[in-house]
Design a protein around this ligand. Sequence first.
Ligand code: FES
Ligand code: FES
Length: 149
Amino acid sequence: MARLTINGKTIEVNVDPSTPLLWGIREQVGLTGTKYGCGITECGACTVHIDGRAVRSCGTTVAAAVGKQITTIEGLAQNGVLHKVQKAWVDHEVPQCGYCQSGLIMAVAALLKDKPKPTDGDIDAAITNICRCGTFQQVREAIHAAAKA
Ligand code: FES
Ligand code: FES
């Protein structure tokens, strides 16, 4: 049993504390916007924020997230208003199948918090998520648009 704070709500999850946070979020809490891609911290589909930093939730444990503020894609919009990254994603029609996209949006939102005007080099260094549909060019354009918003 562990107590997690997800999107501002405190929730008890009934799992072994060594369980990957991804499974706590998806299977215990039912927030399925956070995706399972590789399970080995390579693809970024499972990216959430922990205390404002982008973290691949397949590679961290429930125990490590106790007492921290976890934000998932479901908690990114505030009071019904899309985050500027979500808005740029809609405007630039970034998603194709969509599977990787919540992880990408979470990674980009954390990048823009750190670096409000990222260069292409900053984007290449920080956004290493894998998109099997190959949306990388649209992602880059949408990041620059969100940075200007
Ligand atoms: S599922 Fe976590 S990085 Fe791929
Ligand atoms: S949009 Fe399909 S995997 Fe990225």
